[in-house]
Write a protein that binds this ligand. Structure first.
Ligand code: JFZ
Length: 473
């Protein structure tokens, strides 16, 4: 009897799983636009960039997490909300915005020196202040003592260094009187219509006035008021792509007809890449992420995007920790967007300069193992990461944990032979030994490495296919 009911339960379970897999797709007007990865040139460039600099800069950089002598430990860009500062009081910070130490060219040089290929900057964060002169609100850079179009200065300076610029834009707006967290009445609905029209105007302004913009990074879209406006999120994606063909838009903008976010109600990714990895990376086993484009954004302290005066309240990631995150991300086919929060005076703090120097020195020698590289299709090993450029037969091994034995174990895909291995820097050969079918050992010289070494592994055979497929279970 028990045996029978168990069998029936199993059958029922199998049936539901089967039914789910074969369910007819939900018809959607505002769902995903396409399946799989975008393959056009602009998207290939976005993907090959791999390493970007995120910049959070706004009025919150002036108080830097401190209000009336009290330090608020929550994210500095949320100070208005954490310290319950009235909008008019907060907004008057704009009359103090005059970054004396700001130099767009110096910022761009520092970014170039760090090895980033793109930069994403907050044109408007939740506070509503615009770093660009906007026709649609007075609350913008032109009405500060600084007066000049700081966004244009930055776009020009970064572009001159060969760095792509993307615009972060918060849909959530604490300044605009028509922002609503939810729509519960006709009045709310009309307010949101006005708000969304205002934002459409601003987005058009950004796309038209800064012709080299390469992407839009939306944020502040998690509230019900936006989930109920999936159509608008779809229309914004379409509008931006019409004004600036090739522009890349993150999944965080999007909601579908039914309010599903990032992924539509049929499970398909909306926008051009997945932007949900925030202050965390997919674990090495989560290889399904290699099937789509994605980007992880990362803070240096635990949770500060805007400038905070006191970084002693949480762990401050070291340069090598952040470098490892960049390599980890590349090895899984993602982009790594590392955040910087310049102060109200327009300068970066010492820790940020140190990070830029350290990663920059490493990138100057090894960027070939990052930029343009992707998931290599080889099993992850505890000592580090593999990356590969396209379908090249060469694989980069980037070592972060040198084993006490000095031996790096490697398992290659079927039919692959390791021909030779050598240090990228200096070209010194590394001893290769085949120890079993598809298994090799590389022996490192018995010495300490000051920075993570890159070993180039040349192979023959195999199909170098890095397509990951979930097992059929
Ligand atoms: C948002 C902002 O609130 C924050 O100030 C910063 O700009 C950051 C990049 O984005 O914060 C988020 C957004 C999404 C998640 C977490 C924090 N998330 O998906 O887990």
């Amino acid at each position: 009897m028990f045996k029978n009911s168990f069998l029936i339960a199993c059958l029922l379970l199998a049936q539901t799983v089967f039914a789910q897999k074969n369910a007819a797709p939900i018809p959607l007007k505002y769902g995903a636009q396409y399946e799989g990865k975008r393959t056009d040139e602009a998207m290939q460039k976005w993907r090959s960039n791999r390493f970007g600099q995120f910049i959070h800069w706004g009025l919150y950089a002036i108080p830097g997490g401190v209000w009336n002598g009290k330090t608020y430990n929550y994210a500095a860009e949320f100070l208005k909300s954490s310290a319950r500062i009235p909008t008019t009081t907060w907004d008057s910070l704009m009359y103090q915005f005059n970054p004396k130490g700001f130099n767009a060219k110096a910022w761009a040089k520092m970014a170039k020196g760090m090895g980033v290929k793109y930069m994403t900057i907050t044109t408007k964060h939740h506070e509503g202040f615009c770093l660009f002169p906007s026709k649609f609100t007075e609350f913008n850079i032109a009405n500060t003592p600084y007066k000049k179009d700081i966004l244009k200065e930055l776009v020009d300076a970064y572009n001159a260094e060969g760095i792509d610029v993307n615009f972060y834009y918060s849909v959530l707006d604490w300044h605009h009187p028509d922002w609503r967290y939810d729509i519960k009445s006709e009045a709310d609905s009309m307010a949101m219509v006005r708000l969304l029209k205002f934002e459409e105007n601003q987005l058009r302004e950004l796309a038209e006035n800064y012709p080299t913009v390469k992407g839009f990074w939306f944020d502040g879209t998690w509230d019900n008021s936006i989930k109920k406006n999936g159509k608008w999120t779809y229309e914004m994606e379409m509008m931006l792509k019409k004004i600036r063909p090739g522009v890349v838009v993150n999944s965080r903008l999007r909601a579908d007809d039914l309010g599903a976010r990032h992924r539509d109600s049929n499970g398909k990714l909306m926008g051009d890449y997945e932007s949900g990895y925030e202050r965390r990376l997919p674990p090495a086993t989560e290889l399904k992420v290699t099937q789509w484009d994605w980007e992880a954004c990362m803070t240096v302290p635990e949770n500060q995007w805007g400038y905070h005066k006191d970084w002693s309240i949480s762990h401050v990631k070291t340069p090598v920790e952040l470098l490892e995150m960049l390599v980890h991300t590349t090895s899984m086919g993602g982009n790594f967007l590392l955040n910087f929060g310049p102060g109200g005076d327009g300068t970066f703090r010492k820790e940020e300069h140190n990070i830029a120097d350290y990663i920059g020195k490493w990138m100057a020698k090894n960027s070939d193992a990052i930029v343009g590289c992707d998931y290599a299709g080889w099993d992850k090993q505890d000592w580090g990461y593999f990356t590969r450029r396209g379908k090249e037969s060469k694989v980069n091994a980037i070592v972060f944990n040198v084993p006490v034995s000095g031996v790096l174990k490697i398992k290659v895909p079927a039919k692959t032979t390791i021909v030779k291995a050598y240090f990228k820097e200096g070209g010194k050969p590394v001893t290769v030994k085949e120890v079993a079918k598809d298994q090799y050992q590389l022996t490192l010289p018995g010495k300490l490495f000051a920075t993570p070494p890159v070993i180039i592994i040349e192979t023959s055979g195999g199909d170098n296919s890095k397509q990951y497929k979930d097992a059929l279970t």
